[in-house]
Design a protein around this ligand. Structure first.
Ligand code: MTE
Ligand code: HPA
Ligand code: MOS
Length: 749
């Protein structure tokens, strides 16, 4: 089943923020942002800008009617700098003009008198200064100290991981339209319509029922629009409030890259202890998260790093500590995996370290420590594990030993090209780690012509959630998919939404849709029972647009049934609420059952490194992936392929560079390399692992959005193996493995 958007996508007819027809009188915003990373803001000179052609207004912090605050998790983020600037790119003033070009021209004329202060860009320095966003978080299981004393082998080291630019194809943006009686309608490119609504209300001082947020779809979010769409929507809303005219702002690529946060870089220390038969019995890890200048989503990202600190492994004694460190960079934010990948990288590095020192294959240690059914994660939840199954089935299909031997044989023959192979198991918990966020609603209307309209809290951003939700409604009503229309995500139809994030949008909103549809279906069955003279509603079903009785098609079609029900004054609409059952987490003990379930998988990644030039190619990523029962293999395979490429981009080529002054140097696509079609692995093979347990999501599926990103991490370790086949060396665990770094390691003696 195709993605329901595919037709309008390929015809260029899909509507994104920039395609919304503008109302006459619309103004265009442009931000003047801080040229330096840290300093005292003494004064702002807006005179020349204000008197520029086409400029209607310039707004600074003191002009705001509401609060100058957009921080979601912690109220530590002003919309406009006031008194201090905290990062290069921090908005200081908003120019509103009659055209985009005039707004941008005028913004360049603003100057600010800023007394520079010494910026901090290194999270370890921030931690040493005690500059933390929130108090440190810790997971403890067993007793590491005693366990280390019993270990045959103990290794410790340090890892560095860099950030990642989201590079959604559609940049951030919003369009705010003042409506009757001091209300505002905001179109926003956001994963979190309610988050935008809250931020807009805060800065305008309006109550939530006067602010409507509407989202058609995003040209990608990847976490970057979970929290960081708020600023641009707030800027437009404030402009609309103060001028009583519609205001639009769609960021240019370089503005977006400069002003928005990215994946969190981490610096981490690890210590791993193994028995003589290679059981990992102790693991101590400390994470220093580079949060940037304000909290944004850093605290929950930090928590998920802890949740995934042991990846797919069972380790009985674990002490994991995490610091969210305040630096003078744009606030870093959610990015596919939400801190999980950062946690997993460190344990994988620790295992590779141990394997190299012990002269065994990392795969032997990995395989020997996979988490099994009933084993406990450091946060108290017991695994219902398919880690071993995904490994053994993947290995049976793809044969790691054979692939390793192929690489070894190739390496024996080839002087300047070397192959490397790595195994990458993944275990990712599904649910927002903050339990109250795991709820969703769906509003379903059946119209008297038999067509169905569905609204949910889910935001379509290319991941196919609308297709899955339409499939659910079509299935319950026994209709073809084109009888179901999924409408925009709108805070008037669906209130108090959780963002579309944590891979859980289809799970949560799909379930709510299923519930709403089933309620309407049951009402229709009561009507149909009389019409087809069935003995009981249990004998009825809906299929291919007809009522079936005892499995036989009757002459009663869907449209007739619906009209009949309406004439009998039966309610053909339903608003259903779903909350994931059985989950909880208590931070006072750091134990609980935070996840509905885990997604498991194992990838084998093979690369070839050109040892003269430092370049490399990813030959294959072969994975065995746990789908539950996939609702849509086309969509899900697309998620896996996209996730893998994004993951290996992060691990191998994408290099976010801030200089010591906190200025972004990789500020355009000419200086920031993302995977292109040539960097896509020559082969991506997906072996579906069909798991079946009680607690899965809608129609027995499992979430798929984020977990595959982590398969891409295998490329990092495969490149390392290829380098080691060329020369004896021990590269630092410093990701990404850019060609420059590969070359340095190849000739590092
Ligand atoms: N796929 C596309 N095409 N575009 C995106 O922005 N975001 C990812 C993932 N896949 C994303 C994507 C992220 S970060 C998440 S959390 C999930 O989709 C969210 O959608 P879901 O909950 O429907 O899986
Ligand atoms: N994942 C993604 N986004 C989130 C989460 C999470 O666990 N918690 C809060 N926002
Ligand atoms: Mo995804 S990082 O949870 O938006």
């Amino acid at each position: 089943m195709k993605n329901i958007d595919s037709k309008t996508h390929v015809r260029g007819e899909s509507v994104y923020l920039d395609d919304i027809p503008l109302i006459e009188g619309t103004l265009f915003a442009c931000v003047f942002d801080s040229p330096i990373a840290y300093g005292k803001l003494r004064s702002i000179d807006t005179y020349e800008a204000e008197n520029s052609l086409g400029v209607v207004k310039v707004i600074i912090a003191s002009d705001l009617i509401g609060e100058n605050q957009i921080g979601g998790v912690v109220p530590d983020e002003p919309l406009l700098a006031d008194g201090e600037v905290h990062f290069q790119g921090m908005p200081i003033a908003i120019v509103l003009a009659e055209s985009e070009e005039l707004a941008r021209k005028a913004a360049k004329k603003i100057t600010a008198d800023i007394e520079p202060l010494e910026p901090v860009t290194d999270p370890r320095v921030a931690a040493a200064n005690g500059d933390l966003i929130v108090p440190p978080k810790k997971f403890i299981m067993g007793d590491c100290e005693t366990a280390f004393a019993e270990c045959e082998h103990v290794f410790s080291g340090l890892t560095e991981q860099n950030g990642q630019e989201h590079l959604y194809i559609e940049t951030q943006g919003a369009y705010a339209v003042p409506t009757e009686d001091a209300s505002i309608k905001v179109y926003s490119s956001t994963q979190g319509p309610t988050a935008v609504q809250r931020a807009v209300c805060r800065v305008t001082g309006l109550p939530m029922h006067r602010v409507e947020v509407d989202v058609q779809r995003l040209g990608g979010g990847f976490g970057g629009k979970e929290d960081q769409a708020n600023a641009w929507a707030s800027i437009c809303a404030v402009g609309a409030q103060l001028t009583k005219r519609p205001v639009k702002y769609a960021l240019h690529r370089m503005e977006d890259m400069r002003m928005t946060g990215k994946r969190h870089p981490y610096s981490s220390d690890y210590k791993i202890g193994l028995t003589k038969d290679l059981k990992i019995i102790a693991y101590e890890v400390t994470f220093y998260q580079n949060a940037g200048a304000s909290a944004d989503l850093s605290p929950p990202v930090l928590e998920r790093t802890l949740f995934h600190a042991t990846n797919s492994y069972f380790i009985p004694n674990v002490t994991a500590t995490a610091y969210s460190c305040r630096t003078n960079l744009p606030p870093n934010t959610a990015f596919r995996g939400f801190g999980g990948p950062q946690g997993m990288f460190v344990i994988e590095a620790a295992i590779v370290h141990a394997a190299e020192k012990l002269g065994v294959s990392a795969a032997d240690i990995q395989r020997n420590n996979l988490i099994d059914d009933g084993d406990e994660f450091p946060y108290g939840q017991k695994a219902e594990s398919d880690a071993i199954t995904s490994w053994t089935q993947g290995d049976a299909e793809f044969n790691f030993a054979r692939l390793q031997k192929e690489a070894d044989d190739f390496n024996a023959e080839s002087k300047y090209f070397k192959k490397g192979v790595a195994m990458m198991p993944v275990c990712f918990g599904i649910s927002f780690t903050k339990t109250p966020m795991n709820q969703a609603r769906s509003l379903v209307h059946v119209y008297t012509d038999g067509s169905v309209a569905v609204s949910t809290g889910a935001v379509e951003m290319g991941q196919g959630v609308n297709t899955k939700i339409a499939q659910v409604a079509a299935k319950v009503f026994g209709l073809p998919i084109d009888k179901v229309k999924i409408h925009t995500t709108n805070t008037l139809r669906i209130a108090n939404t959780s963002p579309t994030a944590a891979s859980a949008a289809a799970d949560l909103n799909g379930k709510a849709t299923q519930m709403a549809c089933e309620t309407i279906r049951d009402r229709l069955f009561d009507v149909a029972k009389g019409l087809v003279e069935a003995e009981a509603v249990e004998n009825l079903s809906l299929e291919d647009g007809h009522v079936y009785r005892n499995g036989d098609r009757t002459s009663l079609d869907w449209k007739t049934l619906v009209m009949d029900a309406h004439l009998q004054r039966v309610n053909l609409s339903e608003h259903a609420h779903y909350a994931t059952p059985g989950i909880n987490f208590d931070w006072s003990t750091a134990k609980g059952h935070p996840f509905a379930y885990h997604v498991y998988g194992t990838a084998i990644v093979g690369v070839t490194v050109d040892c003269l030039r430092g370049r490399y190619e990813v030959d294959y990523v072969k994975c065995c992936h746990d789908f539950g029962s996939s609702m849509n293999t086309a969509v899900d395979n697309g998620q896996i392929e996209g996730g893998i490429v994004q993951g290996l981009g992060w691990m191998t080529m994408e290099e976010v560079v801030y200089d010591d002054a906190g200025k972004l140097r990789s500020n355009a696509l000419s200086t920031y390399k993302v995977p292109d079609i040539h960097s896509v692995p020559k082969e991506i093979a997906i072996l579906p692992l069909q798991t079946n347990r009680e607690n899965l999501a809608v129609l027995n599926s499992k979430a798929v959005g984020e977990p595959p990103l982590m398969y891409g991490m295998g490329a990092y370790f495969a490149i390392r193996n290829a380098i080691k086949a060329f020369t004896e060396c021990s590269p630092e665990f410093d990701a990404p493995f850019t060609p420059e770094k590969v070359l340095m390691n190849l000739y590092s003696e």
